[in-house]
Design a binder for this molecule. Sequence first.
Ligand SMILES: [Zn+2]
Length: 139
Amino acid sequence: MLNLQKANKYEIDSILQDCGWRQTKQRIVLLKAIFDGKNKHFCINSIEQNLKDTGSFFSYTTLFENLNTLSSKGFLKRITIDKQYFYDTNTSDHIHVFNEDENQIYDYSDYKKLHTDLPLPACLDLLKEYSLVINLKKK
Ligand SMILES: [Zn+2]
């Protein structure tokens, strides 16, 4: 997976070029925040908050456009759930579970390990790509 934390100028430039982007300090901050070598799922609001926490401010429109460009160029996978966009740094085909209470998506393989009490249908293991909405309500 992509790790740009210690990327050299050449590596960053090649991504900027693929996206048709001019180099700006803001875009480099964004790329390094997203591609830190860890697989992650996020939505615009959560990445905006992460960036804000490190002192970088992005407008919603800028973020939206930049994330969509990264998705269309294959650097991110975009998942649409309930008219919301989520982004995944793992661009391979895999199954997601949406937890409505937390408004978070998880990889099915991780979710299954975390919630062994949930009756997830075994047939999901046979699918390559699938979106499943699980609505966990606390009783
Ligand atoms: Zn995923």
